[in-house]
Each structure stands twice: as structure tokens, then as C-alpha cells.
Design a protein around this ligand. Structure first.
Ligand code: FE2
Ligand code: FE2
Length: 473
């Protein structure tokens, strides 16, 4: 095991793949299937070189190398963070014991399930974003899209490696199935709801990378704590790549909000659609939608599965080791407001162990709040009164205790008729979506940008905004 990566092998890796010929052969058998999938389900736009980063080591500094790469020639590989000497299990009933280098038989099925669910989201987002390259607002954005796409492809590799290396024939079958399910497919959809929604325009892409990739960050954060060390180390490196995806989302929404504010000032009206901008209320509706489908990814507020995973040591809490408690959660409680059919809320006290999904969701929500703060600062700096907000946690939910209730963005439980009337104010309507889509025209000239978004303040890897991030010939 080393921090540097072997690019001599057919499959780049830092797991000494060539020492295990059976595993190497099995993964080399999966590789052409991955390439077929990429060809069919990956980016629809053909280019002749994209300025991409490729991992060259997993160490702390300078792990990335930047160059123009023909996208299908990207070197997808298997990169695990460095092992930590004498790492110990940090929580649950095995707390204090050495971490596992192999899968304990009793946890095999659960660990495999966790890896498959995580693995399923990675190719799903590539599928969801397949057509976006055709309408990129600038070469800079196009490059970022492809960067996100190739890294999600690599995250699939990360999970497939674990399945092949540690889960035998069943693992290999699951690795095949990851290429068979497709986002939005009626017959074999992706496992989680948010990954079957279409990412139809670039505002949706920025929202997805802000809200949904951020869910990914929190899920990976819990798996990074895992007692199964190869999973922990894989997730640790994935988190480094994931940070850029969220940067694309955060700054993407920043730039849309900045541009809308400019147009509002310039034309002295909130009605900026006719001036090629995205009105603030539509941006808010996109926030409402993407935030709430992402909240659904955290599952039910109470979960015996999550409790069992924790107790077994498979999945920890966010920043487990920094928490100041017994790391076994046998006596702690957590408060929760539960909706009632009569329109009231009841405050319950739950066991912290049963409410681990709620704990993780809480961390996620406060992180999302930081985006709202940024975008409101842009409003304030432009001397505009409009303020963005996250809707109530019960709004537009399809998973957990709020599902089946109609809850408004400010947290009132309402009847069906009120909900139907309010819906068009709260969630993007088909007209809103069609309008945003009507703004989406490709801008592939160096240094140029679409009307609805401001240029970034910095380019990639110290290159200027007008750098030729993508070659077309
Ligand atoms: Fe990912
Ligand atoms: Fe991501």
C-alpha cells in the first residue's frame, strides 16, 4: 500500500492489484462493461479533450494532476486513502477492538447492502446529467460537469472494487447489476428516489451538486467511520473528490443569484425572465425541490437498521471520533416534533440509537443553511430585500414520518386543497421548468458566458476563466 498510484496497470490502483491475479482478472472483465455503460449512459456531448484532474496520489498534498484528456480515455481506478496504523473501532459494541481487514461473516449481508446502495448513486448521477453538456453556459462549466461525471464514474469503481475483492460471487453479481439499473428506468430504476429524478437544466445541476452531492458527503462520512477498514479508506478518498462537486454546486448557485441580482438592479424589476435571467422565486422553488428530495435520502427518522449498523460498527455518526459521549448511545435521548392528523405537532423524546438518521440529517441541514446564508448575503450586498430560506423539514416529503402529510414551507399542516393551491408557489411548475429550459443554450466560445449566470471569480487550477477548458477539434 502506498500513497502513489500505479498507472502501469490496465486498471490504475494503489491496492497492489497485480499481486492478486484472480481479482485483477475479474475486474479487467468488468472494465469493458463499464466502458460500454459510459458510452451509452455517459455524457452525450463529444469533445476532443477536457481539462481534467486525475488522482496521482492519495496523500494530503498535491494529489491531483491537471491536463486535457479525451473523456473516454480518463484513467478510472481504485484509490484508497492510506491505512492508519493500529486503527481501532470508534463506536458500537466492538469499540476499542482493531478494525477489520476482512468482512466478518455475521455482517456480510449488511455491509454488502450498504456498499450496493452507495454504489448505485454514483453512476445514477452520471445518467441524470447525460444531456447537460449540450447546453453548458460556458467552457468552464462544461469542464466542471465532466469532472464531476468522471469522478462519479470512479466512485462506482471504488464500490465495485470492494464488491469484487471482499464479497465473492454475490459481490460480482451486484457489480454487474450496478450497470443494469438506470436512472428513471421504468423496469429497473436506481434504488433511491432522488437518483431517478431528471437533472434537466443547469440550475438543477447546481442544485443537485449543492444539495444531493452534499447528502453524499454525509453518507460517505458515516461509512468512513466503518470498522471495515477498506470501506473506510475508500470513502475517505472519495470525500476529497466530493468536495469539488459541492464547490460546483455552491458557486454555481452563487453565480445564478449574482446574475439575477444584477439584472434586477439593471432593469429595476423582479421580472427578469424577459431579460434572460432566472427570477428569484424560481430559484427558491428549485431550492425547495432539491433540498426536500435530498432530505428523503436520509431515510426514516427512526430506524432499527441504522441502530443495528451502528452497534455492529458498520456505519458511524458524522465526525464520530470528535463526539464527546460514550459512542454506544445506550442512554441518550433526542427530541423530535411529530405531525398529527389534526394539524398539531407532538414533541417526542426518542432513543438516540434509534434516531441516528435524524442525527445525520440534522448535521446536513445545518450545512445546507450555510448556502442560504451566502445567497442572502448576495441579496443584501445588492441591496435587495428578497431572502432565500430552507423550507420546513416536513415540506414535500415522501419518506419518513412527514410522508402522507401536506406541510407548507413554513411548517403548517394543511389539507389537500390548500396544498394543491399552494404547490405552484412552492415547487417548480411545468411552466417554470420550461422557462428555465428555454434559457439553456450552449456557449462554447472561450471567455463567453450565458445570459442567466455570472462568470466565476476564479478559474480551475489557477487558469483564467477564458482558458480553453474544452477542445472541440
Ligand atoms: Fe460520488
Ligand atoms: Fe459527487
Amino acid at each position: 500500500m502506498s500513497t502513489s498510484i500505479n498507472y502501469e496497470d490496465k486498471i490504475p490502483n494503489n491496492v497492489d492489484l497485480s499481486s492478486d491475479r484472480r481479482l485483477q482478472r475479474a475486474l479487467e472483465g468488468w472494465q469493458p462493461k463499464f466502458m460500454n455503460w459510459w458510452g451509452e449512459m455517459g455524457p452525450a456531448l463529444e469533445t476532443h479533450g477536457v481539462y481534467l484532474r486525475t488522482a496521482v496520489s492519495v496523500g494530503r498534498d498535491g494529489w491531483a494532476h491537471f491536463d486535457h484528456v479525451n473523456v473516454p480515455d480518463y484513467r478510472w481506478g481504485i484509490f484508497l486513502a492510506e491505512p492508519k496504523a493500529d486503527r481501532r473501532i470508534a463506536f458500537g459494541e466492538h469499540k476499542g477492538q482493531p478494525v477489520w481487514q476482512q468482512v466478518p461473516g455475521e455482517y456480510r449481508a449488511d455491509l454488502q447492502r450498504l456498499i450496493v446502495i452507495q454504489g448505485d448513486t454514483e453512476p445514477a448521477s452520471v445518467e441524470q446529467q447525460k444531456l447537460l453538456g449540450l447546453t453548458a453556459p460556458s467552457l468552464y462549466d462544461l469542464r466542471n460537469l465532466f469532472q464531476v461525471n468522471v469522478e462519479e464514474g470512479r466512485h462506482l469503481w471504488a464500490m465495485v472494487y470492494l464488491l469484487h475483492a471482499y464479497f465473492g460471487r454475490e459481490g460480482r453479481e451486484e457489480a454487474e447489476a450496478l450497470l443494469v439499473r438506470n436512472s428513471g428506468s421504468p423496469d429497473s430504476p436506481r434504488i433511491l428516489g432522488a437518483f431517478n429524478e431528471e437533472t434537466a437544466d443547469w440550475l438543477a445541476f447546481y442544485m443537485f451538486t449543492y444539495f444531493t452531492d452534499r447528502d453524499g458527503k454525509y453518507q460517505l462520512g458515516t461509512l468512513k467511520e466503518s470498522a471495515f477498514d477498506p470501506l473506510s479508506r475508500t470513502c475517505e478518498f472519495m470525500l476529497k473528490e466530493e468536495a469539488h462537486h459541492m464547490f460546483v454546486g455552491t458557486t454555481g448557485v452563487d453565480r445564478v443569484v449574482t446574475r439575477s441580482a444584477q439584472l434586477i438592479r439593471e432593469h429595476d424589476t423582479l421580472d427578469i425572465g424577459k431579460h434572460g435571467g432566472i427570477p428569484l422565486d424560481i430559484i427558491q422553488k428549485y431550492i425547495n425541490f432539491h433540498y426536500t428530495v435530498s432530505l428523503d435520502l436520509f431515510g426514516s427518522e427512526t430506524s432499527t437498521n441504522a441502530a443495528n449498523y451502528f452497534t455492529a460498527g458498520l456505519k458511524g455518526r458524522w465526525m464520530e471520533e470528535r463526539r464527546k459521549d460514550d459512542h454506544q448511545l445506550t442512554e441518550h435521548g433526542i427530541q423530535l416534533d411529530r405531525p398529527n392528523a389534526d394539524g398539531t405537532w407532538t414533541n417526542d423524546e426518542l432513543s438516540a440509537l434509534l434516531a441516528l438518521n435524524l442525527d445525520l440529517r440534522g448535521e446536513y441541514i445545518s450545512d445546507c443553511q450555510s448556502g442560504i446564508k451566502r445567497w442572502n448575503k448576495i441579496m443584501a450586498d445588492a441591496e435587495l430585500d428578497f431572502r432565500f430560506a430552507l423550507p420546513h423539514v416536513g415540506f414535500n416529503r415522501h419518506v419518513g414520518m412527514h410522508a402522507g402529510f401536506h406541510i407548507t414551507p413554513d411548517g403548517s399542516i394543511v389539507d389537500e386543497a390548500t396544498w394543491q393551491k399552494g404547490r405552484k408557489k412552492w415547487l417548480p411548475t411545468s411552466e417554470d421548468l420550461a422557462f428555465v429550459r428555454s434559457l439553456m443554450h450552449p456557449v462554447y466560445e472561450r471567455g463567453k458566458i450565458a445570459s442567466w449566470v455570472a462568470p466565476p471569480t476564479n478559474g480551475i487550477n489557477n487558469k483564467p476563466f477564458d482558458y480553453e477548458y474544452v477542445y472541440f477539434h
